[in-house]
Design a protein around this ligand. Structure first.
Ligand code: ZN
Length: 185
């Protein structure tokens, strides 16, 4: 079977899509994500105090969604036109969705980027440099990425060239097999 070398986000959904449903309920995703983040949060308990303002946290959550979108657009060679921003009342939080299937690697990069950039990085930096507010911001943003961790967990084992789309109603994704490199355009 021929292998693709480059799959852009312009790639249409395959003709006979039989998506692999990698989703779970929103509630289960939150529990799963918190379970996956728990070891990280436990480290925070050792590091001490939480001292960060709510406005800063709110800003962090908004930037978190922007980082998702920016990395999906960049890594998937996509377009900002395909990013849908919204507000999810159930989670009392904003969200960013990429409205087309993305190659799994690009999807994973976009999913993990806010956790690393806004969570892990400031928490380590703040802890090492002795800046408790920066560390606290980072750890809270690690907790804020619990849902993203659960999505990455649901995608474990998915081929890097599969196409991944946000599930329309549940937490997680629909995974489409890689398209054939046919010469139709
Ligand atoms: Zn996220």
């Amino acid at each position: 079977m021929p292998e693709d070398d480059a799959i852009g986000s312009n790639t249409p959904i395959p003709a006979n899509p039989e998506p692999d449903d990698r989703s779970t309920s929103m509630g289960a995703a939150t529990l799963l994500g918190l379970g996956l983040a728990a070891p990280l949060v436990a480290v925070n308990a050792l590091l001490g105090r939480l001292a960060v303002g709510l406005p800063l946290l709110a800003l962090g959550i908004v930037v978190h969604e922007l980082v998702h979108a920016a990395v999906w657009v960049a890594a998937g060679r996509g377009s900002w036109d395909r990013v849908h921003f919204g507000w999810q009342w159930r989670a009392l939080a904003p969200f960013a969705h990429y409205t087309q299937p993305l190659p799994a690697t690009a999807y994973r990069l976009g999913a993990v980027a806010p956790l690393l950039v806004l969570g892990v990085l400031p928490s380590l930096l703040g802890s090492l440099a002795g800046w408790p507010a920066v560390a606290a911001f980072g750890w809270l943003l690690v907790i804020g990425a619990a849902g993203d961790l659960s999505v990455l967990w649901l995608l474990r084992g998915v081929s890097s060239c599969a196409l991944v789309a946000d599930h329309p109603s549940r937490a997680g994704c629909l995974v489409y097999p890689p398209p054939r490199p046919a010469g139709e355009d």
